[in-house]
Design a protein around this ligand. Structure first.
Ligand SMILES: Cc1ncc(CO)c(N)n1
Length: 445
């Protein structure tokens, strides 16, 4: 196995939010092998930086040379780099044939200065970069142009492009206001702007480092700056959404969640197959299927669920045929707005650790079996359901049960009403528990 190798020249954040560790994390996720030259150790947690120990310039040089001698480096990312002496060392080893992505982290979130000797930095580091990724504040400092709008950002990008002869300028608009957060890329000819809905999440530590690392990793793999920019925006949005609420201050964003969610979705599809096999091979299962047929909703780990896209159901439902055969309507798909998916989503939104939900035929004997298995059962009276808004029944059921019983029992049934078939809905956390319970019921009815 061979991977591209990308070098990160950065400070170490003891709290593992920004800097070298965040570079490591996200580059690994993107399939690049990161190697690190540490410029400084920062004593840092979610509350800020309390001390900085810089690495001697000579020692930094030895780190970089050891890496360059051994590996074929496909891109270099430069983050915190402390002072003039360090700039000189780095400047000497920069090679025109290797893309250099520079994140001018002049100040940390708490205001601590991470890069000193700014005038030297401009000459020795900025001007040798292929891409720079300042936020609006940093771009203002470096260009001398105050940035309060996208138009200002475009002017600052032009100024930086012309003054320092940097091929690509990216200015991040996360610090500006507005419903959308825009970043812009300037290549000397055109502006490319990407906006995502602004997230109000508090835990945003590491955003800048991770953004630049994604650009660097993507360039190392040979992707274009334009594709790298798209990838960075997408992963950043995801990582901020799932930012970690740990520590007493501003917690780290979580790029690992991007991979975690993808792999969970794969497991969910495999488990849909397992559940489908169980249904099709279980005697008497047809007795559980109502007139409107059944479906089964299965979710990724509830703490990762953000929309119906995180819940799978069978596109063709679970059908009882005329000859009592039960047929599963594959494929399993995510984001299908079925009753089962919407009810499971609502139950999860109420804070329950629910992952599986099936609707089955209303029958006193089936309810008795659930009771025998030890489940708590609740009846809801659909006469109480408000008529408006239409299509919100599943949300209403979850809220009604939660309000009246504080937790949501695993078996919820109603006796129907005009035009609505009576129904039992059964949810569990554990898939095997659901299979075992349904198997027992099928054996006994
Ligand atoms: C080590 C380090 N690099 C970069 C930043 C900027 O977020 C930080 N806080 N710490």
């Amino acid at each position: 196995m061979i991977k591209k190798v990308a070098m990160s020249i950065a400070g170490l954040d003891t709290g593992n939010g920004a800097g070298a560790e965040s570079d490591l994390k996200v580059m690994e996720i993107l399939g690049v092998h990161p190697v690190i030259a540490i410029t400084a150790i920062t004593v840092q947690n979610t509350l800020g930086i309390s001390a900085i120990q810089q690495v001697e310039p000579d020692f930094l040089k030895r780190e970089i040379l050891a890496l360059k001698e051994d590996f074929e480096i496909s891109s270099i990312k430069i983050g915190m780099i402390y002072n003039k002496e360090q700039f000189k060392v780095v400047n000497e080893i920069l090679d025109d044939n290797i893309p250099v992505v520079t994140d001018p982290v002049i100040y940390a979130k708490d205001g601590t200065q991470l890069i000193n000797d700014i005038e030297d930095y401009k000459k020795l580091i900025l001007a040798k970069s292929t891409v720079i990724t300042p936020n609006a504040v940093e771009a203002s400092i470096l260009s001398g142009i105050k940035i309060e709008s996208i138009k200002d950002g475009e002017n600052a990008a032009k100024e930086l492009y012309e003054k320092f002869d940097i091929p690509y300028i990216i200015i991040k608009g996360g610090h500006l206001s507005g419903e959308y957060s825009f970043d812009l890329l300037y290549d000397g000819k055109d502006f490319f702007e990407i906006g995502y809905p602004r997230l109000n999440n508090r835990n945003t530590h590491g955003t800048g480092s991770i953004f630049a690392s994604i650009i660097s990793a993507e360039l190392a793999k040979g992707n274009s700056i334009y594709d790298a920019f798209l990838t960075a925006k997408e992963i950043l949005q995801h990582s901020i959404y799932y930012g970690l609420n740990i520590g007493k201050g501003i917690g780290p964003i979580d790029p690992v969640s991007y991979l975690e969610k993808k792999s969970q979705k794969y497991s969910v599809l495999e488990e849909m197959r397992i559940f489908g096999d169980f249904i099709e091979n279980t005697e008497n299962f047809w007795k559980l299927i109502p007139e409107v047929q059944s479906n089964f909703a299965h979710s990724i780990i509830p703490s990762y669920v953000s929309t119906l896209e995180d819940i799978a159901t069978f596109r063709g439902r679970i059908i009882r045929r005329w000859d009592k055969k039960v047929v599963v309507g594959y494929p399993a798909i995510f984001g299908n707005p079925t009753h089962t998916a919407r009810l499971l989503f609502s139950i999860i939104s109420m804070g329950e650790n629910a992952r599986n939900l099936i609707n089955i035929r209303y029958d006193e004997n089936i309810l008795k079996e659930f009771k025998k298995l030890g489940y708590e059962i609740v009846e809801i009276n659909r006469d109480l359901e408000p008529l408006e808004p239409e299509g919100s029944t599943m949300q209403w059921i979850a809220k009604y049960v939660k309000d009246n019983f504080s937790k949501i029992p695993n078996v919820i049934y109603d006796k129907g009403m005009k035009g609505k078939e009576a129904m039992i809905r059964f949810w569990t956390t554990d898939l095997q528990e659901m299979i075992d319970s349904l198997k027992t019921i099928c054996n006994n009815i």
